[in-house]
Design a protein around this ligand. Structure first.
Ligand code: GDP
Ligand code: MG
Length: 164
């Protein structure tokens, strides 16, 4: 069976947007409307000669900070248990926050390969300095992307399929 790649990250970092772009169709609902449910969180993705199954672990995401962290821990644990590669998605505009660091600690302790992806880098000139901050998570080199502007996705996919 195909390798499984799970996307983990805080609410609003752009997990569903990235998932939809890679899946090539609108099958995971981007949160604009409160209370939306989504019908599908799995997609088959092919990059060069490699295929994988991608999972958006987001689900319906909470607003309160303590619930966010506990749900992120749950998502990360599911990804550690089921995925072959974990994409840890963070948001350059919100910067590095405590919940990111806590989840990064969990991911670092697992043996699964983690690809650290920094989203919302809509302009590489404007935001690159802020991307370097994420080196401090201690899980490797941050890869800048803009899911909504479709920037950096090739480099990100190269990095993901390297681990298969
Ligand atoms: P999720 O909660 O992690 O699944 O995040 P969503 O995919 O629902 O996106 C949350 C918000 O971020 C939405 O308003 C998206 O349009 C926005 N967003 C996603 N990707 C980008 C991006 O690359 N750049 C910018 N500026 N906004 C983005
Ligand atoms: Mg989502």
């Amino acid at each position: 069976s195909k390798p499984v790649v799970a996307i983990v990250g805080r609410p609003n970092v752009g997990k569903s947007t990235l998932f939809n772009v890679l899946a090539g169709e609108n099958i995971s609902i981007v949160k604009d409307t409160p209370g939306v449910t989504r019908d599908r969180i799995y997609a088959e993705v092919t990059w060069l000669d490699k295929s994988f199954t991608m999972i958006d672990t987001g689900g319906i995401e909470p607003d309160s900070n303590d619930i966010i962290l506990s749900q992120m821990r749950e998502q990360a644990q599911i990804a550690i248990d089921t995925a072959d590669v974990i994409v840890f998605l963070v948001d350059v505009r919100q910067g590095m926050v405590d919940a990111d660091a806590k989840v990064a600690d969990m991911l670092r302790r697992s043996t699964k390969p983690v690809v650290l992806v920094v989203n919302k880098v809509d302009s590489f000139e404007k935001f690159m300095m802020d991307v370097y901050e994420f080196y401090n998570l201690g899980i490797g080199e941050p890869i800048p992307v803009s899911a909504s502007s479709r920037l950096g996705l090739g480099d990100m996919l190269d990095e993901i399929v390297k681990h298969f």
